[in-house]
Design a protein around this ligand. Structure first.
Ligand code: 9D3
Length: 247
């Protein structure tokens, strides 16, 4: 299964550098990910290739015109049933791992609409967008980084993109909780030692230690995640231990 992405933006160059490196580059080379970046100005009709205009009703800031988005989407993905239009917007649904998984499994072309300036004309949201997505409660200068964040998070979940032994197994281990602490050589660095259990070679003890440390971190830093994480009987037992040790 290939993930197919089309991006509409006034800054196409932003995408190319990131997509040329690392795991996404490999995914593209292996045909597991297709990304086409389109310049929104190519879908304007006037001499100045205008993409923004003054807001009706007044106020500060410019608004992105609807026409380039409509013409762009209808040109690059003309059949409605074969596309899913994702509008990048600070007012959208908060992006999370569940949505990343859903997009990784999407059969339709994913069309990312990236805005700049103050806003995108409301008719784009009403008549063109299927989803409106935010990556979090902080203010960016446009939708390009959000589109890259979403593509990055979803693409690594496409089967074959991550090394296959790695992906499913390891991620189900820590799904919904924080990761355990990791160490590599040397065993002592500037007096900071690697926990003995990791050098012991006792695989069951190591698994138990990792799970407990992951739960410890989660209880300390993100207790909200514990509520919704899928926890086993053994996890509940480890949590009781941690609470007796007062974390
Ligand atoms: C007070 C009005 N501002 C909304 C918070 C206007 C505004 C600021 C920044 C409108 C758009 C932007 C640019 N941001 C995005 O396009 C964006 C975004 C973001 O800023 N944060 C998190 N997710 C996203 S998705 C698109």
């Amino acid at each position: 299964m290939t993930m197919k992405c089309d991006i509409l933006t006034i800054f196409p160059d932003i995408f190319h550098a990131y997509l040329r490196e690392g795991m996404l580059r490999r995914a593209i080379r292996n045909g597991l990910l297709e990304v086409r970046v389109h310049d929104l100005r190519d879908f304007t009709a006037d001499k100045h290739r205008t993409v923004d205009d003054y807001p009706y009703g007044g106020g500060s800031g410019m608004v992105m015109k609807p026409e380039p988005f409509f013409i762009g989407v209808e040109t690059i993905a003309p059949v409605r049933s074969r596309r899913r239009v994702l509008m990048m917007s600070p007012a959208g649904r908060k992006f999370d791992q569940t949505l990343a998984k859903e997009l990784a499994e999407e059969e339709r072309h994913l069309v990312f609409l990236c805005g700049r300036y103050e806003a995108i004309d409301e008719r784009v949201r009403i008549a063109l967008a299927d989803d409106e997505i935010s990556i979090g409660d902080y203010v960016l200068t446009g939708g390009e980084l959000p589109a890259l964040v979403i593509i990055d998070a979803a693409a690594r979940l496409v089967p074959g993109v991550l090394g296959s032994a790695h992906s499913a197994e390891v991620e189900s281990f820590t799904w919904g909780i924080l990761d355990y602490p990791h160490y590599t050589r040397p065993p002592d660095y500037r007096g900071l030692s690697v926990p003995e259990v990791l050098l012991s070679g006792h695989h069951r003890d190591i698994l138990r230690w990792r799970r407990k440390e992951a739960l410890r971190r989660t209880l300390r830093r993100r207790p909200d995640l514990i509520e919704s994480a899928p926890l086993s009987e053994e996890d509940e037992c480890l949590i009781r231990e941690l609470k007796e040790e007062s974390l």
